[in-house]
Design a protein around this ligand. Structure first.
Ligand code: SAH
Length: 242
């Protein structure tokens, strides 16, 4: 278990933990003064912190060792993921953080079953899930979760500059990721994954106008929550760090 701290929580050699981290340390891990924890700073330092004071409001400790960590992939994957039902979007979020995604943008597309554009509370929750996943998998850089639910077109426009632009489409029969042979190793890729009902032809064409090429994930139709996991694993394997 690693704890994440912001810059202002570190003063000189002293680290202060507050909020839910305090109850986690006291009641879940049952740690006391003298015990050590691993803390990740927002500048990507992994700190070993020996606890000095543990009370109900805050936990204070001193840094005994520090190391620079880098578990960030050289390939920046920007995922445009159509909203899907229930908690499946949360599942995608967690798994894509584990697989090193750089940013996630929830999309409202034509065939989304979820119809609400209301974002109140949702984005905050998603950000929290992304942070929790980072803690679990040891990432120091928390992926960006877009502030709003976007349209496909906005995502395409905002990602026009990425090295590769891919729209995963079950009706693409020929081209798989192996067939994409960029001249130079790509540093960034924008990825579109559709909802339960898939993308409409109009959406595929619209994405094409922004330079997104259709790609297949094989002859079987994957569930909406499986597709991004497979796509990310393959992309990281081809051009990232897997
Ligand atoms: N409604 C479609 C399936 C949609 S699956 C049908 O039943 O025919 C949800 C999303 O996963 C798709 O929009 C696509 O982005 C991705 N996907 C699933 N299987 C795929 C495959 N074999 N190739 C490429 N993309 C796939």
């Amino acid at each position: 278990m690693r704890f994440f701290v912001a810059r202002e929580q570190i003063v000189g050699n002293e680290v202060t933990l507050v909020g839910s981290d305090v109850s986690h340390i006291r009641t879940v891990l049952r740690l006391k003064a003298g015990d050590s924890i691993q803390v990740i700073s927002d500048s990507g330092q992994c700190l070993t912190v020996r606890l000095v004071e543990v009370n109900t409001k805050e936990v204070k400790g001193e840094i005994t060792a520090s190391a620079t960590i880098n578990v960030e992939s050289p390939l920046a994957v920007h995922l445009g993921q159509a909203l899907i039902k229930g908690n499946k979007f949360d599942v995608i979020l967690r798994k894509s953080v584990e697989l090193g995604v750089r940013s996630i943008t929830p999309l409202m597309t034509e065939r989304c079953v979820v119809k609400t554009n209301r974002t109140e509370g949702k984005v905050e929750r998603w950000k929290k899930i992304a942070l929790e996943s980072c803690k679990q998998c040891g990432r120091s850089q928390v992926p960006e979760v877009a502030k709003n639910i976007e349209t496909l077109e906005t995502f395409c426009r905002e990602n026009e500059h990425q090295d590769l632009k891919l729209v995963f489409w079950e009706l693409e029969e020929k081209k798989t990721l192996k067939d994409i042979k960029p001249d130079v190793q790509p540093d960034s890729v924008a990825v579109l994954i559709g909802p339960e009902g898939g993308f409409s032809l109009a959406e595929i064409e619209r994405a094409g106008q922004y330079g997104f090429q259709t790609v297949s994930l094989g002859p079987r139709i994957l569930r909406a929550e499986t597709a991004p996991v497979v796509a990310l694993a393959l992309l990281q394997s081809l051009w990232g760090d897997l």
